[in-house]
Each structure stands twice: as C-alpha cells, then as structure tokens.
Ligand binder design. Structure first.
Ligand code: HSE
Length: 405
C-alpha cells in the first residue's frame, strides 16, 4: 500500500483521517492500492483518538522515512508549513495541501521544486474547499483561453451577507452569531476583510491565465462597511450583495479585484447563498460554466485533499503538468475598470436630484420607505477613477457598492 503522513491534526487533518477510513474500499479501487496513514504530525497529544498510536511530534521522523511517499500538509499558515513542504518535495515526496496562504505566496516555487524532483505539489482544497476547480483549470479547460473568473470564494462572508440580506440585520450582529455557530473564526479579519478571497482568486488566476498573479497586487475590499440599510436598497433593486473575487481580461491585459457587489437575478451567482461557494468561469470556446458546492468545512475540504492524494498515488514518478508561469500577469490599473455604482447619500431626493444629475449624468433614483434623510441612486457605467472624482464632490456620501453588469 501507499504510505502517507498527515501534517496537522486540526479540522482538515482529522477530516482526512476520517475520509480515508470511511471510504477505504472505494479509494483503494481508484488508487490501485490502499492508502495508509503511517504518521500524523502535531504538537499536541490526542489520547484516546484514532491516531494516538501514529502521532509524532518531530517532522524528522517523517522526512527520514523513505516509505512515506506522500505528505498531506494541512497545518495552515506559512511557517513551518513552507519549510516542511519544501523539504518533503526535495526528499522526493509529493505534497497535497489545503493551505491557501502558502499556495498564494509560494505555490509557483513549490511547483517548480516538485517538477525538479519528479513529484507533485497539489492544492485542489486551497480554493473552494470541496469544489473541484483547480483540476478543471489544469486539465479539463486547457482547450480554452479563459477570460473571466468570478467567485464567491469565502463561506464565512457569504453566510454573513446572506443573513444580513434575509433579515436586514447589521454586520456586527450577524458576525457575532456566526462566531457563536462556528461559521466565523474568533479572529475573522482574513475572511471579512476579503484577504482569504484575495489569495484564492490569485491562485485561480495564476492557473487560468498562465501568468503569475501576486495577491498583494489585487485591490481588496471586505464586507465590514455593508449595512442593514444597504440590504433594504438591494432588495428594492431586486439584487443581492455578494463578496465577489474577480479576474477578467480587458484587451491584452487583466484586472483582478475583491469587493462586495450587487448581483441581479440574471446572474447564476445570485442564488449562491449561505456558506456555499461558487466559481463562474468564462472561456472563449467553452462559454459559461459554474462550479458550485461546499467551499469550506472539515469533510468537503478533506474530500479535495484525499482526491489529490489518490492522484499523486496514480502518478508516482511523474509530475502532472501545472501551468503556473513565473511571468507576471499584466494588470490594468484599477482606476480604469468600469462599473455601475449604487450610491447612498444623505439628503432629500426631490431637493438634491438635480445636483446629482449635473454631476453624474443620467442616474436611476431610489428611496426606501422609512429611511427618511437619505436616498440612493445608480450611475451609468463609469471608471473607478471617474467615479472617485465625482463622488468627492458629493457632500454626504453614506456608502457605495459596485454593480455587476
Ligand atoms: N474561512 C474560509 C471560508 C475557509 O470561510 O471560506 C475555507 O477556506
């Protein structure tokens, strides 16, 4: 059988152990041989747990064991995951991971190291949890020139926005509930500020466009400034607020951004609610496709990790081509990206309408019954740069949300 080691016995690590046990027989048939966990590495002890007897605290035990051919890295964070992954690959062991921080930061380098040692670095679980998206981009959609990826790539924020929209509740209140229910972390910053979605769209874009996208160069805006009032306007507009991570071709260049957007009923992303994720892809010959499913959680994420383990087992001694070039993707300045904008302002619709039309040109006005000292309007398509200039001339702007065309 194939001997593997699992680094980290947290949520995903224990999920991997469980999946390999639950589906032992079917996995064996698909992999050709049984996949057997020889070691689990963790700093903690787990007395009475199923891994009690295979638990080790020292990575050297794993790296020095030639029987271990595949290492599952589900520790999270950059270090020591980076050092361990690198050393495992250099020692001729394939590595499968769910670690999006690490893949976004060092994926390119780790793929190169894997290639040099005729092993694999696989990371299906790093984006969209259990949803197959890395493998489709790597192998199923290779006939296409991809020109757009738009994803709801974070379950925590999609849950929060869905709840806020359903009940017109405020962000802070729903975040607190989500934390109590375990849908949001105690430190929710990476999720609610959009950093997690940013790393994931950087990974997906690098694979889709065959050029490296540095996540630090992606404009990122989270959901912390979205309010219950915004949700009332959204519902009058027949739209929903979603945290979208987008990368899109614009002429010969691309742009990537993460921000809350208003999405209408004609978009397939409109119906992606709660903790679910979805990734919409447009290819020049494929047309539209959307991948939908469980984007987080123990078993869905473990399912993707174990799928990679099986793939590594089937490709011993051979590197599956992952096209992630070191050439940096040519990005458009965000100021030139065009959207329609929904804007909320303080004031009186009848009195201020003309002033806004002078400034913004044609606009669609909207007021919400019960919200008396404010109103909203929707602009025509305009660039971010133009919008910012015009918005600076508005005296009391309460908020603005981009609208998905
Ligand atoms: N915090 C992430 C989410 C977990 O909410 O989607 C999956 O990467």
């Amino acid at each position: 059988y194939y001997q593997i080691a699992v680094l980290g016995y947290g949520t995903v690590g224990s999920g991997v152990v469980e999946v390999l046990d639950t589906n032992k027989e079917s996995i064996k048939k698909r992999a050709g041989e049984e996949i057997h966990i020889k070691y689990v590495l963790d700093l903690r002890d787990f007395p009475g747990s199923p891994i009690e007897n295979i638990l080790v605290h020292d990575f050297e035990t794993i790296i020095n064991d030639p029987e271990v051919k595949i290492v599952v890295e589900v520790m999270g964070g950059v270090e020591p995951a980076y050092t361990f992954s690198k050393r495992a690959l250099e020692a001729g062991k394939s590595v499968c991971t769910s670690n999006k921080e690490l893949v976004a930061r060092h994926g390119l380098e780790l793929i190169e190291i894997a290639k040099a040692h005729k092993v694999n670095y696989m990371f299906e679980a790093s984006c969209g949890g259990g949803i197959p998206i890395i493998r489709p981009l790597n192998s199923s959609l290779t006939a296409d020139e991809i020109d757009e990826i738009t994803g709801i790539l974070n379950g925590t924020t999609n849950y929060i926005l869905t709840e806020m929209g359903d009940r017109y509740a405020d962000f802070d209140e729903v975040l607190k509930e989500a934390q109590e229910k375990g849908y949001a972390e105690r430190n929710p910053e990476a999720d609610v500020e959009g950093y997690d979605a940013c790393r994931k769209i950087a990974i997906l874009s690098s694979l889709a466009y065959g050029a490296h996208v540095n996540y630090e160069n992606i404009y990122t805006e989270g959901i912390t400034r979205i309010t219950a009032e915004d949700m009332k306007y959204a519902s009058l507009l027949g739209m929903k607020v979603k945290l979208l991570a987008t990368s899109k071709r614009k002429g010969e260049k691309f742009y990537a951004m993460v921000c809350p957007e208003l999405v209408g009923k004609n978009s397939p992303l409109y119906s992606v609610n709660g903790v679910f994720n979805a990734i919409f892809v447009h290819g020049n010959v494929l047309g539209d496709a959307m991948f939908y499913g469980s984007g987080a959680g123990k078993l869905p994420t473990a399912s993707a990790v174990v799928g990679d383990v099986v793939d590594c087992a089937k490709h011993q001694g051979k590197t599956v081509v992952t096209y992630w070039s070191s050439k940096v993707l040519d990005q458009v300045d965000i100021k030139d990206v065009e959207h329609r904008f929904f804007v909320r302002v303080k004031g009186n619709l009848q009195k201020d309408k003309e002033k806004i039309e002078v400034l913004f040109g044609k606009a669609e006005f909207i007021s919400v019954p019960g919200l008396d000292n404010e109103f909203g309007f929707v602009t025509e398509m305009m660039s971010e740069g133009t919008f910012d200039e015009k918005a600076a001339a508005l005296p009391e702007i309460l908020g603005r949300i981009r609208i998905r065309a």
